[in-house]
Structures are given as C-alpha cells and as structure tokens.
Design a protein around this ligand. Structure first.
Ligand SMILES: C[S@@+](CC[C@H](N)C(=O)[O-])C[C@H]1O[C@@H](n2cnc3c(N)ncnc32)[C@H](O)[C@@H]1O
Length: 257
C-alpha cells in the first residue's frame, strides 16, 4: 500500500485528537516512566503525552516513514522507530502502551491484544482507541461503491476493522483491571468546496486501501459517486458545514501483577 499523507491526515487534527485525550484521562497512575505511543503516526498525540508525563521516556512506533518524519518534528519523543506493530518487541517492558487510532489497521486481534498485554511491565497499562465506524455510510459506502463500479478489484479483507465490543471484552477481560466503552462523537466538519467534507475526512485514512487499487481516472469516478452518496447521508447545513457522527471504541487494561 502507498505511504500515508501526513498533510491530508492533519487536516482534522483537533477532531482526531479529542478521543486520544479522552482515553488518556482514564489511564490510571503509572508505576514507571516508560511509555510507548504505538502507531504514533505524525506524532499528534506526543505533545499530550508529554504534558501529562513530563519526566517519562516516550517512544513512538510506526510503520510509515512519512508519518515518523512528522512525529520527529514535534520534538517530544525520546525515540522513534519504524516497525510493524505485529512483530514489534520493546527493548524493555513498557509501563504504558498507548495506541490511538492505529490497531484497526492490524488483523488477528485475537492474538494481537493478549500479546500486547504480555509485553507490558508488571502493573503496566494498555490503552487503546479504535474507530468503530465500518457500518456507517461514511465507511460502508466506500466498499459498496467500489464493488458496484469496479467489481472484484478491491479485497475487503485489506480494509481496516476491529472485532466488536463483546468480542474485544472476551479477549481481554480476566487479564487485568479492564474497562471498555464506546462513544459517538458528533463531529462538525467545516464547509469545503473541493469535495464533500466527509470525503476529506475519510479519504486520507479509511479509504486509502480502496483508492490504492484504482487508477487516477477510476479514483475520480468513485469519488464523484461517493460525494453524491455523502450529500444524501450527511446533508450540508445552511452554512455548508456537515454533522458527521463517528463511533469509537475504547479499552484500558492494567496488569494486576
Ligand atoms: C490514523 S493514524 C493514527 C496516528 C496517531 N496515533 C494519531 O492519533 O494521530 C494510524 C497510524 O497507524 C500506523 N500503522 C498502521 N498499521 C501499522 C502497523 N502494522 N505497524 C505500525 N504502524 C502501523 C500508520 O502508519 C499510521 O501512522
């Protein structure tokens, strides 16, 4: 897959950061000062982690060179490393693994989540936020429309996704102090001329694997249909802005040993 575009991703920084802050508010007191920002991306969460843990050693892990380059510019990480979360192993067990909007890009949560818990230091915490939006029109229609217009070209197995809340609960409950919740954010996207505001939000993230398998002309055709579908699903308000509800799943697990 092509690399991330940090500039497009950064367009909605405030809306994307809010769930990270909400997650961080629920993280209990840490026993030590070793923190990993797992799937740190362009480092949007780094300054928030640094503010809450001024003395901590904060390491950012991501597989995207373009995103890591931006993360470096924040100046708040003690270390940054390019690695695949699926195979990443820390040098020393972290006291906090914090992962905002990244783990839905990985498959096999049944094995991934318990493995991440195993990597923690005794008493360590795993704190995760992932979008739970795949059934909403903003996400589902990328898949429906690409299949309709270009049948067989896109393999839905390459799409980001998560097990539902009950399955996630069953995977982690019993491994420590555990909390899980969902929040639907009522996001107000500002007016935009060049595309429906929801396309500007989703095309730099969820739609990347879909757009990746198409030529430029095919992308334009798909985007035309997607914009029309978004006008119906998320109508513009009188000032051109759009209300875009977005569901997110959160969980925090702290080892009790
Ligand atoms: C939506 S961004 C979130 C970035 C950041 N955590 C934030 O809150 O802004 C998702 C990030 O996960 C990273 N990512 C996706 N799959 C990954 C993997 N298997 N290993 C490491 N990083 C991955 C991507 O490169 C991307 O930077």
């Amino acid at each position: 897959m092509s690399d991330w575009n940090p500039q497009s991703y950064a367009r909605f920084t405030a809306l994307r950061l809010r769930p990270a802050v909400d997650l961080l508010m629920r993280v209990p007191q840490l026993r030590g000062d070793s923190i990993v920002d797992l799937g740190c991306g362009n480092g949007a969460v780094g300054p928030v982690l640094r503010t809450r843990y001024p003395e901590a050693r904060i390491t950012g892990i991501d597989s995207s060179p373009a995103m890591l380059q931006e993360a470096w510019k924040t100046g708040v990480y003690d270390a940054l490393a390019e690695a695949d979360i699926a195979t990443w192993r820390p040098d020393a067990p972290p006291d906090l693994i914090f992962s905002n909007a990244a783990l839905h890009w990985l498959p096999h949560h049944q094995t991934l989540l318990p493995a991440l818990v195993d990597l923690l230091a005794p008493g360590g915490t795993l704190a995760v936020q992932v979008p739970h939006q795949n059934n909403a029109p903003s996400h589902r229609l990328w898949h429906d429309l690409v299949e309709q217009l270009f049948p067989g070209r896109f393999d839905p197995r390459s799409a980001p996704g998560i097990p539902d809340a009950r399955t996630t609960w069953a995977l982690l409950d019993g491994l420590g102090e555990f909390a899980l919740w969902e929040t639907e954010y009522m996001q107000n996207l500002p007016p935009a001329e060049e595309a429906h505001p929801v396309r500007l939000f989703t095309s730099s993230t969820f739609a990347r694997p879909v757009l990746d398998v198409l030529t430029e002309a095919e992308q334009q055709e798909l985007c035309r249909h997607y914009d029309a579908a978004m006008e119906a699903a998320y109508p513009r308000r009188s000032d051109g802005s759009v209300l875009f509800p977005f569901r997110r799943l959160f969980y925090i697990l702290t080892r009790v040993d």
